[in-house]
Design a protein around this ligand. Structure first.
Ligand code: SF4
Ligand code: SF4
Ligand code: FES
Length: 237
């Protein structure tokens, strides 16, 4: 039976890569490798997953230097000379081994005013939003984000400036800027227009290249820049 040499980050901020020999199988995913190590070789290995089918985003890790959903990454696509290196997501503190601390990532969603703010009451009629309206189409383009952090881990600006809100939070803000039912538009634009907001993005597009949901945070961030500029010209920021 052929095997793979799998090098896995062990520890927290300080630690080391440890190497494990894992049997190779057809259609094996990177998450299968991690699961094999934890169940058959070293039960102290910590990692995170839930759905195994690309729906929850919790299995995101760095594979050979690139952020990916490990449950949807086939070993055959990423193995180099029968070797794979697996690390936790970049740009986030490490809790242990392959588990990144996502709290700062989601705190930034809150800072970007990523929560829907209803403007109607239960006594009002249901809002009617045409699927063909430009706002609805813009919102649809980013709405399928599942908060996996792959884009965030791939963004150079987050690496240089840990205060930067990052592609996922800004993509979320853009979907809400285009939600005609939302009542916090001014507050949200002010939240994303600061130094650590949309204007810090240098349009390198790593987020868009890496997003497993084919979302383009870069396009949403460009939309935020335009909306913030318009608001500034009107003296609304
Ligand atoms: S935009 Fe894509 S890569 Fe970023 S958190 Fe959402 S689903 Fe993940
Ligand atoms: S386009 Fe902007 S948000 Fe996306 S990776 Fe580049 S700097 Fe980061
Ligand atoms: S385990 Fe849910 S996306 Fe991979």
């Amino acid at each position: 039976m052929s095997t793979l040499q799998v090098s896995v980050w062990r520890g927290a901020a300080s630690g080391e890569y440890r190497s494990y020999e894992v049997p190779r199988h057809a259609s094996q995913t990177v998450l299968d490798l991690v699961t094999h190590i934890q169940r058959a070789i070293d039960p102290t290995l910590s990692y995170r997953f839930a759905c195994r089918v690309g729906m929850c985003g919790s299995c995101a890790m760095t594979v050979n230097g690139v952020a990916r959903w490990t449950c949807r990454t086939h070993v055959a696509k990423v193995a180099e000379n029968d070797r794979i290196q697996i690390a936790p997501l970049a740009n986030l503190p490490v809790v242990k081994d392959l588990v990144a601390d996502m709290s700062g990532f989601f705190d930034k969603w809150a800072r970007a005013r990523g929560q829907f703010a209803p403007s109607a009451t239960r006594k009002d009629e249901f809002a009617r939003v045409s699927p063909a309206s430009p706002e609805r189409r813009e919102a649809n383009a980013g709405i399928e984000c599942i908060g996996c952090g792959v884009c965030y881990a791939s963004c150079d600006v987050v690496s240089w400036n840990p205060d930067y809100l990052g592609p996922a939070a800004l993509n979320r803000a853009w979907t809400l800027v285009n939600d005609v039912r939302d009542g916090a538009q001014g507050e949200r634009l002010r939240a994303v227009a600061g130094d650590a907001g949309c204007h810090a993005c240098h349009t390198h597009m790593s987020c868009t290249e890496r997003c497993p949901k084919q979302i383009s945070p870069t396009a949403g961030i460009a939309g935020l820049k335009r909306a913030a500029a318009r608001a500034a010209l009107k003296g609304e920021l």
